[in-house]
Design a protein around this ligand. Structure first.
Ligand SMILES: [Zn+2]
Ligand SMILES: [Zn+2]
Length: 212
């Protein structure tokens, strides 16, 4: 019995899309489905899972552009991010064109989320935390029982998210990391939107951008 995690490195930005599932109930969730939907769908089918939700940390193209493709096959509810990222979903056609990506239409997530909301993957419960700074509506998903944080583009191995995008805020990002993430148990595993995993304890000691 366990919470299983498989990571797909999707899009030219090598974004970490996660497939999470409870191996007893076979209920599954995807996070940050940025693209490469065919690859993800094939793996989900191979594992015999049914995806009950797609959770989004924030509205950047590499984290959300796969959703309209996925919706061509299945009407899976898309939860998150916080509504403050709505402007990013509205501007997806222009932003994807600007980056030379496949055209992505604007879309509206099924439900925006707020800090304190609780999400489930089978028997595993995740808390929603609102960490603005990289984008205004950025969320992270924390599973206390599994000591796991899905951190999107907030905190990386010895680095932090950029704040030079529209409506980024460096001070907010640092304050939120200190107040809401560095207060989690040190052994919490952090899976970020890009690059390798880390832990809260490692970042508190070695992150050059935000020390505890
Ligand atoms: Zn981002
Ligand atoms: Zn990203």
């Amino acid at each position: 019995m366990a919470l299983n995690i498989q990571c797909f490195s999707v899009t030219p930005f090598r974004q970490n899309c996660l497939l999470l599932w409870d191996d007893e109930t076979r209920q599954a969730v995807l996070t940050d489905l940025g693209g490469d939907v065919d690859v993800v769908r094939a793996e989900v089918a191979k594992l015999g899972l049914s995806v009950g939700g797609i959770w989004l940390t924030h509205g950047h193209l590499d984290h959300v552009s796969g959703v309209p493709d996925w919706w061509q096959y299945e009407n899976t509810p898309v939860l998150g991010p916080h509504q403050d990222d709505e402007f990013l979903f509205q501007s997806l056609p222009e932003i994807t064109a600007q980056y030379g990506w496949q055209y992505t239409p604007s879309f509206v997530p099924t439900r925006y989320l707020n800090e304190g909301d609780i999400l489930n993957v089978g028997r595993y419960e995740f808390q929603v935390l609102h960490i603005s700074g990289h984008t205004p509506g950025h969320l992270v998903f924390y599973c206390a029982s599994e000591h796991l944080l899905i951190a999107g583009d907030v905190l990386f191995f010895e680095s932090i998210g950029r704040t030079d995008f529209p409506r980024g805020n460096h001070d907010d990002l640092l304050r939120n990391i200190r107040q809401k993430l560095y207060t989690l148990p040190e052994y919490t595993t952090v899976i970020s939107g890009h690059g390798r995993q880390t832990t809260i304890g490692h970042e508190k000691r070695y992150n050059p951008f935000v020390r505890a």
